[in-house]
Design a protein around this ligand. Sequence first.
Ligand code: B3K
Ligand code: ZN
Length: 875
Amino acid sequence: AETIYLKDYTAPAFWVDSVDLHFELGEEQTRVASRLALRRRPDSPSGALVLDGDKLELEQILLDGRPLAANEYLLDDESLTVLAVPESFVLETTVVIRPQDNTALEGLYRSGNIFCTQCEAEGFRKITYFFDRPDVMSRFTTTIVADKQSYPVLLSNGNCIDRQDLGDGRHSATWQDPFAKPCYLFALVSGDLGCVEDRFTTCSGREVALEIYVEKHNLDKCAHAMHALKKAMRWDEETYGLEYDLDIYMIVAVDDFNMGAMENKGLNIFNSKYVLARPETATDADFQAIEGVIAHEYFHNWTGNRVTCRDWFQLSLKEGLTVFRDQHFSSDQVSRAVKRIEDVCVLRTHQFAEDTGPLAHAVRPEHYQEINNFYTVTVYNKGAELVRMLQTILGPDTFIRGVRRYLQHHDGQAATVEDFLMALREAGNLDLQQFQRWYSQAGTPQVSITSQYLAAEQALEITFEQFCPATPGQANKQPLHIPCKIGMLDTGGQPLTLQLSGDEAGTGTEEMVLHLRQDKETLRFINLPEPPVLSLFRQFSAPIRFVGEESSQTLAFLLKHDSDSFNRWDAGQRLAERIILNGANQSSRETAANDLDLLAASFASILQDDSLDKGLAAKLLELPNELYLALQMQEVDVEGIHTGREQVRKHLAVNLRELFRAVFNASQSTGDYSVEPEAVGRRSLKNRCLWYLDALDTEESSQLVADSYRSATNMTDRIAALMLSVDNSGALGQELLGDFYRRAENDPLVLDKWFAVQARSSKPETLASIKNLLSHSSYQPQNPNRVRALIGTFSRANPLRFHVSDGSGYALLAEQIIALDPVNPQLAGYLAGGFSAWRRYDEGRRKAMQQQLQRIVSLPKLSRDLSEVVTKMLE
Ligand code: B3K
Ligand code: ZN
């Protein structure tokens, strides 16, 4: 397949001043008529007009009203070329497409009885001929014609300017979007949908109609999403001074969707997973994810839509910034400490993994074959970390001024990462030259620390060394500008005042940001009468791997005393990681045993600390997950990690059972379900205790799990207990699964959970049960949520059973990928990512995974999505 390079970017040759679209939606086929007003750009060379169009059936083509003769244009599977065109003209085309057969879920497709679209990144070319690139921005007017009875709702971007009853059983609606936009933000929805309505008054007093469209039986599950939307709208006004700009904001939920949601101008289309929630059907994590995604798509209205990306290499310009904004918004709604821990956890588990493997790429990649493969944790989550570092470097107020400046200067334009950095630089009067390397350099930098206390001088010298491992295509790395937020504690755990040598005049603070810029540099802190305990990279101030020199005692000390809640948690994680990984190793077992006592003592005091935020306590008591642990090993020891972690769990359970029991009892819910942080924290602490108690594996603990399940009044508690029961030996798991299935009552989102719980089970029978589930009547191989729940969970969240040593887990994944590729290439490409760490395993597993990858790559016909990722993995 063809590789596209950032360095080859050229500006478009034409402007499209207006786009008029006319859709006739039919059961068999849909007819799309388009009228484009085009103008050649003054500085662009003369030549043919080439429009993108992916397997369209052209019925008619007119240039300035005149039908074109067959020798005046060329057609192939990817484009339409009109050989000679004037400086300014109108091009009309009519094409036929088949949304009913569109299983790839890109372009116009059907989800159940609903017509909907997904155009980002390059789906618009499956609808009509156009410049399918984000730097061509036009004004769209869209008319939709459909059967009145089956499709009473007809939606597109902007404002509805006309409605007609066509008298033949059909009706039409015409929508006009006053804002010029790239075609990837185009949307159309039609179906028999119910609507939840609300209103929002903007800061300048404009009234905005808010509408959430769902299938009618889901109307009772929209309140949380609507509430989240209003909060997000207010938050963006208050935090960034950004106001909504249309009179109507619509959200539509569909069951078949490749990702989370899509920010189409004025008409967001969502995976129903990120809209629908009631306490009985959605967990606390689901409620929070809904709030986050609703906010994310809303925030795109400015960072993405009003100012969009010049080309797809700039994707992180909108995604990194918008993820940063949604994380900030969410942390204002929930426990700030817990939210930061969760965000870092995603980054360190998934993005760091991406960085160590064959698919590693920069936040702004330099080339790609299939852009859909670049909607990654690197572009999104690491991209958000880069924005966060910019905020740390500039300070919060200057940062906001810089973002506003960027939006003002580029309103209505398609921008680049350089434009963004330039605006921030101007706002802060700062040099970001070196910082820009973060966007082009892939890989996770490693920062090692050594320190030396000089008693005679009452000084501490800290030496920082940064090193970034090579990634595919980037052997040599340059030093980065790394902000390190630092604090120090005295031996009593109290914060110390920091004073850098050479900055004697500077008023001492208890926390400061160091700007590391060299491969190796030493900083000297003075006025320290005793050796301090260091707390580095507070709040995870840079997306780096930190290699410290702390003893286990120091880690336990930080876990107890650090005023930075993130570093408290991180110290505990590092201590637990040390124990689990040492425990897997014969020679260091003894150290592990001592450290384990230290960890148990720390956990005991956390469990006894009533003043601690419960959500934070639950996080502090969490053991690092198996995927994260695997990343810390040269060669992954699949069973060793699992057993080591289970042993630590069990040891803590046995030693602290009374405390776990007491906190479990004290954390029972009272009153009505609420998603307030306090209630969420209480449930997570309770279920964390239950997780430990369950490890006791006694009659009593099994009873506790059964009771928890049966007395649950919400999905959070119910699924937590179900998960434990399914992992245990004994009949309880099967019984509760049966009950859960009956309760699901054909609610697809609850059924997804039923599949996922079984796919995640650590029991040896898991592989066999997944095979059975593949032919279960509720399994729908065309529905991405269902596939992700079963196959995605198995291959990405169940390392113990996916990596079973005989390779049968790999064969199963490969078969599913092969079957799925012709149906939904994007999803197949995503699933193939399950193999990306194959080189990090022992020889047997390595060979088995390689064999499956070769089996896939040797297939006669592969989608671009799948072929790009699999080829890269084998390189
Ligand atoms: N912008 C969309 C993602 C589109 C993915 C296309 N493969 C959702 C979001 O990030 O808000
Ligand atoms: Zn986004």
